[in-house]
Design a protein around this ligand. Structure first.
Ligand code: NAD
Ligand code: ZN
Length: 351
C-alpha cells in the first residue's frame, strides 16, 4: 500500500514498524521516549520493541488510559518525566496509542522546550483513520473537549494494521464512525463500500482510503479556516453529547458512538436545511442505528447540551455552526443552527 505524503511528513503503511526503526536511526536523536497507556503497553509495545531491536535505548512514559485523563494534570506528568529523563531539544517522543495518547503526546511535545519532534504510532482504528493525521494536538479542560492545543505536524506517522486485532469490538466501531463520516462528506462510492464491509475488522485498504480522504482535506486547509470544517460533520452535536456522557455516565460513550449520534442529528438538519434527500437521510440513519446502540437523551438534558455546544471551539462568536450534507458524498460548511433546530434534531434522534 502506498505511503501517503501529508503536509510535511510521510504516513507509512507498509512495514511501518521497520520504517519506524529506520526513522529513529536516521534522525540522530539524543534520546527517544515512548508514550504509552496500560493497554498499548500490554498489546502494542512488545511488537514495537521487537522491531527496534534489543540494543535500543529509550525511556517509557506511561499515563492512565481514558479520555478523562486527557487533561493538564497528565500533561504536566509527561513534561516532568521528560525533564527527569533529561530530554533535550534534540529528543523524539513516540506516541504509541489511540487518539488520547496522540493528542496529548503531540501537545506535550509541541510545547516542551518550545517544541521537540514527535511521531505517531496510532493503535486504535479511530486514531489511524483520524486523530493521527492533520496535526491537531490537544487536551480537554473543564469538560470542554480539545479546548487547549496546537496545530503541530508530527515528523511521521506509522500505521500498523495488525494493532486493530487486539482492540475491543466497541473501539473498532468507534473508528468505523469516522470512516463512515469520510464517505458521507467526500466519497459516495467509499460509503457504499463501507456499508458492505466487515465492521469487526475493517481491511487495511479501507483504512488507507479513509486516511487519504482526511489527508486530502487537511492538506488543502491545515488550520481549519475553510474546507477542513467538512471533517466536523456530526461533531457539533457529537462533541456535546460525548462531553455530557463523560460527565454524567459511568459507562460513557466512545468518541465514535457520540459522533454517530451527532451524524444522525446533523443528517436530519441537512435534510431540513440543506437539501439532503429523504432517501439519503433514511439510508444514513438506518446505517448508524444498525451499528450503534440507542442512547437515552431525555429532553431535560437539551439545555445542558446546548450550553456545551456554545462552548465549542468551532463556533464563530455566539453562533453555533454545523457542517451539513447536501447528498451522500457531498457537504457544505458554516451553517448557523438555532437552539430550536438543534433541540428538534435531538428529538428526532430520540424518536
Ligand atoms: P483512546 O485513545 O482512549 O483509546 C481507546 C481505548 O483503547 C483505550 O483504553 C486504549 O488504551 C485502548 N487501546 C488502544 N490501542 C489498543 C490496542 N491496539 N489494543 C487494545 N487496546 C487498545 O481513544 P480513541 O478512540 O483512539 O481516541 C479518541 C480521542 O481522539 C479523543 O480524545 C478525540 O478527541 C481524539 N481525536 C482527535 C482527532 C485529531 O484530529 N487530533 C481526531 C479524532 C479524534
Ligand atoms: Zn472525531
Amino acid at each position: 500500500m502506498e505511503t501517503i505524503n501529508s503536509i510535511s511528513y510521510p504516513i507509512y503503511f507498509n512495514n511501518s514498524l521497520a520504517e519506524l526503526a529506520n526513522f529513529i536511526k536516521a534522525g540522530n536523536y539524543t534520546k527517544f521516549f515512548i508514550l504509552i497507556d496500560e493497554f498499548t503497553g500490554e498489546h502494542c509495545l512488545p511488537i514495537v520493541q521487537k522491531h527496534l531491536g534489543e540494543d535500543a535505548v529509550y525511556d517509557l512514559i506511561e499515563v492512565a488510559a481514558g479520555e478523562e485523563n486527557k487533561n493538564i494534570d497528565f500533561c504536566i506528568g509527561i513534561w516532568k518525566m521528560l525533564i527527569d529523563f533529561g530530554a533535550d531539544r534534540n529528543s523524539l517522543l513516540i506516541n504509541l496509542g489511540g487518539g488520547v495518547i496522540t493528542d496529548m503526546g503531540g501537545f506535550a511535545a509541541s510545547t516542551y522546550k518550545r517544541g521537540i519532534d514527535f511521531v505517531h504510532v496510532p493503535t486504535t482504528l479511530l486514531s489511524q483513520v483520524d486523530a493521527s493525521v492533520g496535526g491537531k494536538t490537544g487536551i480537554d479542560l473543564d469538560s470542554i473537549k480539545n479546548i487547549i492545543g496546537t496545530f503541530t505536524q508530527p515528523k511521521a506517522v506509522f500505521m500498523e494494521h495488525s494493532f486493530i486485532s487486539t482492540l475491543p469490538a466497541r473501539q473498532v466501531l468507534s473508528g468505523v464512525a469516522e470512516m463512515l463520516k469520510h464517505g458521507l462528506i467526500a466519497d459516495a462510492d467509499y460509503w457504499n463500500k463501507l456499508k458492505e464491509a466487515d465492521f469487526t475488522q475493517p481491511s487495511a485498504d479501507l483504512v488507507h482510503r479513509s486516511v487519504e480522504i482526511k489527508n486530502d482535506i487537511v492538506i488543502e486547509d491545515p488550520k481549519e479556516k475553510g474546507v477542513r470544517k467538512a471533517l466536523n460533520f456530526g461533531h457539533t452535536i457529537g462533541h456535546a453529547v460525548e462531553t455530557w456522557s463523560l460527565d454524567n455516565d459511568k459507562n460513557h460513550l466512545t468518541h465514535g458512538e457520540a459522533i454517530a449520534i451527532g451524524m444522525i442529528c446533523e443528517a436530519w438538519l441537512s435534510w431540513k436545511k440543506n437539501g439532503l434527500s429523504e432517501a439519503n437521510l433514511n439510508e444514513i440513519v438506518s446505517t448508524f442505528r444498525s451499528l450503534y446502540p440507542a442512547y437515552k437523551i431525555s429532553a431535560d438534558c437539551h439545555k445542558d447540551l446546548f450550553i456545551l455546544m456554545q462552548k465549542d471551539k468551532k463556533n464563530n462568536g455566539n453562533n453555533i455552526n454545523c457542517t451539513l450534507l447536501t447528498a451522500i458524498g457531498k457537504c457544505s460548511i458554516d451553517h448557523i443552527c438555532t437552539e430550536e433546530e438543534l433541540c428538534n434534531s435531538l428529538n428526532y434522534y430520540s424518536s
